[in-house]
Design a protein around this ligand. Structure first.
Ligand code: NAD
Length: 493
């Protein structure tokens, strides 16, 4: 009996994936210029399939289809949209194995993580917004003049969704599900490196009864497809998730065209371990915060700030525990850390670890590339003794690297946690309830976790402050950014 059979985990093999086409107006089609792009399995470095490489002409076709479809979808009742979105959730659960296999082979995610987090959360997102689709409504207003006044919440029209490589299923669904729930049509551009699950989701949405043209998927480069979406006058809103650098360009370009945007950008969160923390929980959270998704996690916690009285102890425990984290083939159910999603991400991590050593950092464990089956593997790495102004502390490394720094007082810990340009997430470990609330209020972040890390749910809004962006995804709050308010005032005179 294999380990996975013993744990009742269905074994999955690497899927065969047919070359991908664009999905426009309910049809699968080649890119107008007939371009193709290779898709690589990060655990082997080998090309597994190709997808269509679109350009502005294809974006034009997708926007035209979406505008036409919006005419009907925007008028469909919330209840009918809810039924369809609920069917999407059901089909995701039925086709779970297929989604897990495709996302794992494309991103290099361990199948166990992909099943428990990526695919499960994607189903939850559709289920959650299916519920909310029926609740969108305006309000009546009592006013002192003889008139009946009320508001209507109307869909915006066509949403351009641009998503990054690291959580393709979740980050596209966190845009597409609420956008559709509110009655919008969508043109989705997935990341170049990891486009496969977006095409599978197009198939699933069609199977669930999402009408032709309501979701269109256009694969291709950021500089061509992404830019064309940002500028297109037929797109009413841009929902962007990606790096702060590209986000700045995207916000400026969409701003030029006066399009509303939501910007979910980079992160570099701190986890603070106070002297009264439960150390087992603190170590568990610290490890989860930087090895989860091989550290390619905007809401990761790559900066551990530890009270000086615990600094040496924490480093010693971390060194042993991190060295024991299973790194390997994503299709082995025992694997916790898979490869990085692309060679260039691995090269960036190697550069940062080299820089950390030059900056006086001490590698406590890890610090090397792992030669495994030709894949893009890096050892989970802990670096101690870097100063606050170190670039490795200040910048977003986006890999399995944790820096550990000591602090003496609560004020100092808060200042260090807030001391980078980012503000997506933050966390603290304490058994003192008053301190938990006091410090949570002072941390500059869109979400604060206490005594655990990465507790997320479609019902909890998340998003950034400072250079981590603006606007919120998840929760009922996001529906406000996919609808506009119209006031109607009828004279009673
Ligand atoms: P990226 O910024 O390189 O790319 C994001 C998307 O933008 C991709 O689809 C890309 O093709 C597109 N793009 C690139 N150039 C473009 C252009 N000129 N015009 C329009 N679109 C363009 O990001 P990435 O490397 O794919 O993802 C990692 C980054 O995303 C990290 O910084 C991470 O923190 C961030 N991220 C943020 C969140 C969040 O919720 N805040 C979630 C996940 C990832």
């Amino acid at each position: 009996m294999t380990d996975s059979e013993a744990q009742n985990i269905p074994a999955l093999s690497r899927p065969h994936i047919e070359p991908g086409k664009l999905f426009i107006d309910g049809e699968w089609c080649e890119a107008s210029a007939k371009g193709r792009r290779d898709v690589t399995d990060p655990s082997t470095g080998k090309v597994i399939t190709t997808v269509a490489e679109a350009d502005a002409t294809d974006v034009e076709a997708a926007v035209t289809a979406a505008r036409k479809a919006f005419g009907t979808w925007g008028q469909t009742s919330g209840r009918e949209r809810a039924r369809i979105l609920h069917r999407v959730a059901d089909i995701i659960r039925r086709r779970e194995d297929e989604l897990v296999a495709v996302e794992s082979v494309d991103v290099g995610k361990p199948v166990s993580l992909c099943r428990a987090v990526d695919v499960a959360t994607t189903a939850e997102i559709y289920e959650y917004y299916s519920g909310l689709a029926q609740t969108i409504q305006g309000a009546t207003r009592q006013i002192p003049i003889p008139a009946h006044a009320y508001t209507r919440r109307e869909p915006l029209g066509v949403v351009g969704a641009i998503t990054p490589f690291n959580f393709p299923l979740i980050l596209s669904s966190s845009k597409i599900a609420p956008a559709l729930a509110a009655g919008n049509a969508v043109v989705h551009k997935p990341a170049e490196d990891t486009p496969l699950s977006a095409l599978l989701m197009a198939e699933i949405l069609a199977e669930a009864g999402v009408p032709d043209g309501v979701l269109n998927v256009v694969t291709g480069g950021g500089a061509e497809v992404g830019k064309a979406l940002l500028r297109h006058p037929g797109i009413d809103k841009i929902a962007f998730t990606g790096s702060t650098q590209i986000g700045r360009y995207a916000a400026a370009t969409a701003g030029e065209a006066l399009k509303p945007v939501t910007m979910e950008l980079g992160g570099n969160a701190a986890q603070i371990v106070f002297e009264d923390a439960d150390l087992d929980k603190a170590i568990g959270s610290a490890i989860k915060g930087f090895v989860f998704n091989t550290g390619q996690f905007c809401m990761g916690g790559p900066r551990l700030l530890v009270h000086r009285s615990l600094y040496d102890t924490v480093l010693e425990i971390l060194a042993g525990a991190v060295a024991g984290v299973p790194v390997g083939d994503p299709f082995d159910p025992a694997t916790v850390v898979g490869p990085m999603a692309a060679e260039r991400h691995l090269a960036k991590v190697e550069d940062y670890v080299r820089l950390a050593k030059e900056e006086g950092g001490r590698v406590v464990t890890g610090g090397e590339r792992l030669e495994l089956g030709g894949g893009y593997y890096y050892q989970p790495t802990v670096i101690a003794d870097l100063g606050d102004d170190s670039r490795v502390v200040q910048e977003e490394v986006f890999g399995p690297v944790l820096t550990v720094q000591p602090f003496d007082t609560e004020d100092e810990a808060v200042a260090m946690a807030n001391g980078t340009p980012y503000g997506l997430a933050a966390g603290l470990q304490t058994t003192d309830l008053a301190r938990a609330h006091r410090v949570a209020a002072r941390l500059e972040a869109g979400i604060v976790w206490v005594n655990d890390w990465a507790m997320l749910d479609p019902a909890i809004p998340f998003g950034g402050v400072k250079q981590s962006g603006f606007g919120r995804e998840y929760g009922p709050e996001v529906l406000e950014s996919y609808t506009k308010v119209k006031s109607v005032v009828i004279s009673l005179a």
